[in-house]
Write a protein that binds this ligand. Sequence first.
Ligand code: NAP
Length: 286
Amino acid sequence: MSGPPTRLGVIGDPVEHSLSPRMHAAGFAALGLEAAYVSLRVPAVEGAAVEGAMRELAATGGGNVTLPHKGRAALALEEMSDTVRETGACNCFWETDAGQLAGENTDVIGIAEVLERMLDGRAPGEVLILGAGGAAAAAAVAADRLGASAVRIANRTPVRAARLAARLGRNGREARPEPWPAAGTCDVVINATSLGLAANDPLPASFDRVTARVALDLVYAKARVESDACDDPAVGTAWTRAATARGISAADGLEVLVRQGAACYPRWFGVEAPVETLRRALVGTR
Ligand code: NAP
C-alpha cells in the first residue's frame, strides 16, 4: 500500500450484522486515522469475487474476511502465516511493502489470548471442541499452541470432525475426533458451532454429559452489545449461563471478537490497537 490507509473493510455474506465496522470506526478515531471501514457483501455463490475484493481493500489499507469466505481468502494469499496454513482460513489481510497479498488468522490469536486469561496462564489440559468449521480449526490450533495435553473434536457431521483432525495432523498437531453429542470430562470445552446464534437453538452440549472447568462460547451474547448490562454476570449466552450455574468458569465470544480485531492493527498499520476503545465500542450502548 502506498500512502496512508483510506479504506478498509470486511468481506462476507451476510455481512450487514457484523460488529467490525462499529469496533474499527472507534479504533481508527482513537488513533487519529482518517480511514473508513466498510462492509462488502460478496454473495456466497460468488466466491471467485473474493480475491478481487481483497486486493481492492488491501491497496487502500487491508481488511477482514468472514463467513463463508475465510477458506477462499486463504487460497488467494501470496504470503500466509503458519496459522492460515494450519487452519486453511484467513480472516485478516493486507498488502506488503512488496505489493503482495498477505494474510493471518487472528481468530487463533484472539481465542488463545482469551483462553490464556481464563486459565490464569496455566496450560490447558484436555480441550474438547464442539464443531468442525473454521472457528473450530482456529480453536484447535489455539489450544495446541497453549500446550493442551489433548485436543478432542466433536461435530454433528462426524466426517468433518475426522477431516479437521486429519488436517491438523498433517501440520504436526494432534487432535482426535469424538462422537456427537459430546460427552465426557475435559479441562476446557469450547463451543465453535453456530448454535446459540438463534434464540431457540438447543445448547451445543449438555453439562449433564460434559464436565469441564472452563467453558468458552465463541458465539457472543447479544444482550451485551444491546444494553449497558455488560458487567452483569447473568448476561451471557444460554450456554455460558448453563455453565455458570454448574460452577464452571465461562465466557462468551465478545472478548475473542475484540482480541482478533486488535491483532489486525500491527499488521494493517504497524501499531498496537487501542484495545480498550475497541472493547468499549462493542459493549453496551456506551
Ligand atoms: P462454520 O464453518 O459454518 O461451522 C459451523 C459449525 O456449526 C459446524 O461444525 C456445524 O456442524 C455446526 N452446526 C451448525 N448447526 C448445527 C446444529 N443445528 N447442530 C449441531 N451443530 C451445528 O462456522 P465457523 O466459521 O466455524 O463459526 C462458528 C461459530 O463461531 C459462529 O457462530 C461464529 O459467529 C463464531 N465465531 C466467533 C468468533 C468471535 O470472534 N467470537 C470468531 C469466529 C467464529 P456440521 O459440520 O454438522 O454442519
